[in-house]
Design a protein around this ligand. Sequence first.
Ligand code: SF4
Length: 227
Amino acid sequence: MGNEASMIVHDTAGSAEAIAAGPFGEWLARARAALRGDAGVDVPCGDCTGCCTSGYSVQVRQTDIRAVAVIPAERLAESSFAAGQKTMLACADGSCPMLESGRCSIYSSRPQTCLDYDCRVFAAAGIEAGDATKAVINRRVRAWRFSQSTAEEERTHDAVRKAAAFIGRIGDGSAGVRVPTSPMGIAVLAIKVFEVFLDPAMAGASDRTLGQAVVESARRFDRLPAP
Ligand code: SF4
């Protein structure tokens, strides 16, 4: 979340604005490293403030010391996600209370949640960010264009999209496993577990087998011990 210069290009049909998202393989490696806390993300937001105006509640961690120091206490509520964590609730119009005149008023002290947010994850997964309340982000998601220079990158991107489609489909529990059902949860899980969908041994596997493989792949990615 934030503002920075971006490269505006035109798609091949010349009919719609497109925005360069960078080489897919590089983006994916960096996004996965960021999920493990090994790297930061650098999003070319341009003048888009979609994620700051779309009704998100921003998680504020105990480690966000500078953010906690500058966000008015009345804007912070106890988080339902983790004990001791706070949530900064959006204003009635969906905008973040720290957004002033289209700019983040605490940019240099913004929470890690804002630093980590990268709406290219939806473009990578081939899904939208949400319903009409996320319309501004969805426009941006549709505009992102990754570049793919190798056949392997194309296969990898296809696997990420297949992973997202599968996770979205089994959110009802039909594969016997629990998976996220929010667009962000689906997209993030897809970039953790896409390798399942590159594995020739999984071709034709049942939803239950695939679902179990997704859960195990996510556990390995998160470096969690086996149950
Ligand atoms: S704290 Fe700043 S970057 Fe984060 S949502 Fe609010 S306005 Fe956007």
